[in-house]
Design a protein. Structure first.
Length: 375
């Protein structure tokens, strides 16, 4: 009985101090993603094709349930424990990322996944992203007896090391995401604008050289050329079908189950979920989802503006920026603003690794935005 009372006090304390607006938006985004997972991968397709296959939906539901447990755990622990846990998870994720070129599973010419008995096929880069943000922020904000430029240098070495492991896979999209996140963090930390400009120039030049002259990345070169000139190849098939679906859906959509993109484009429920939603429910549904993301971002930045701890400021900025960049790239690819990158939409896209990653990010955000009596 005493333990039950203590547990009730613990849960009450968690609920009392959590930012309920941010928490509600996170839950709403998960629910929206679960609904669209049902109608885009299972329910309607099963009825029309007589397959009775709800495996995608059941898997997505399990991962969301697991994600909610992760969110509760991460958001409820003490901040100091969160930092220690993040360091441990960061190095564990690095270990998994190193294993990918050695024992990883190759799919469509890319080796990005690990396949264990207890944890079948997960993408280590998704696991590393939340803890990478925490690690870099801790390096930049800690009171080491080091010049700030050395802190920038150490954080850069970590970013380059992870980027190099991702290039081996190859995964240009996640590489750009990792480097962009690092650039945002050091910019927020107050890096000299000249050093920042030199880094951006060198990074862009290096990636351009890799794409143009390294044979392993020839497919990216073809994809970029096709993006600017559709007559140069067939690499725009998915993007073309996606933008056609958005156009055909119009403002209010074709209606539940009337969309065809999910049956014509591989992995539409992950990389092109925005187009799938827009085709059936119209552009209005996408506008509402974007507004929801904007409210979410606003709420987090509002918390940042009142925060006094530089470390927490950096972590929150990095976490919400990661979500923002990923959402922008996903939507940009769907409306043919960017070349195809295979970037999922946070909270909404199907995928176990993606759900677990965004759950860790959400837990960190909720932990660092909750009310604290003594800071």
């Amino acid at each position: 009985m005493e333990n039950l009372i203590l547990n009730k006090k613990y849960y009450y304390s968690w609920w009392k101090n959590i930012d309920k607006t941010i928490f509600s938006i996170i839950i709403l985004l998960f629910v929206v993603g679960l609904f669209f997972s049902l109608v885009s991968t299972s329910l309607v397709a099963s009825n029309k094709l007589n397959t009775n296959d709800f495996s995608f939906f059941f898997k997505h539901t399990i991962f969301i349930f697991l994600g909610l447990l992760i969110i509760f755990f991460i958001s409820s622990i003490d901040t100091k424990i969160l930092y220690k846990f993040s360091i441990f998870m960061f190095f564990l994720s690095i270990f998994f990322l190193i294993l990918v070129p050695l024992i990883g599973v190759e799919v469509k010419g890319s080796k990005r996944w690990l396949d264990f008995i207890l944890v079948p096929r997960f993408q280590p880069v998704e696991l590393i992203k939340p803890f990478y943000i925490v690690m870099i922020s801790m390096i930049l904000s800690n009171n080491f007896n080091l010049n700030i430029n050395y802190k920038y240098f150490i954080s850069l070495l970590i970013a380059i090391f992870i980027a190099a492991l991702l290039m081996i896979q190859p995964d240009i999209g996640q590489t750009l995401l990792i480097l962009s996140s690092w650039a945002i963090l050091i910019f927020t930390a107050g890096v000299n604008i000249y050093i920042f400009s030199i880094f951006i120039l060198l990074s862009f030049s290096s990636l351009l050289y890799v794409v143009m002259f390294v044979p392993k990345f020839a497919y990216i070169q073809k994809r970029i050329f096709s993006f600017f000139n559709s007559e140069t190849g067939t690499h725009n098939f998915q993007s073309d079908k996606a933008i056609e679906s958005i156009s055909s859906g119009g403002f209010f959509g074709k209606g539940l189950g009337e969309g065809t993109l999910k049956n014509r484009v591989p992995e539409a429920h992950t990389d092109y979920i925005v187009s799938v939603i827009s085709e059936e429910y119209g552009v209005i549904s996408i506008i509402l989802i974007i507004i929801l993301f904007l409210i979410y971002i606003y709420c987090v930045f509002k918390k940042i503006s009142f925060e006094e701890d530089d470390k927490i400021k950096l972590i929150l900025t990095g976490c919400i920026s990661l979500i923002l960049i990923q959402a922008l790239v996903h939507i940009g690819v769907n409306i043919r603003l960017f070349p195809t990158t295979g970037m999922t939409l946070p909270y909404l896209s199907y995928g176990g690794s993606s759900i677990i990653s965004i759950s860790f990010l959400s837990g960190i955000i909720l932990n660092l935005t909750k009310r604290r009596v003594n800071r």
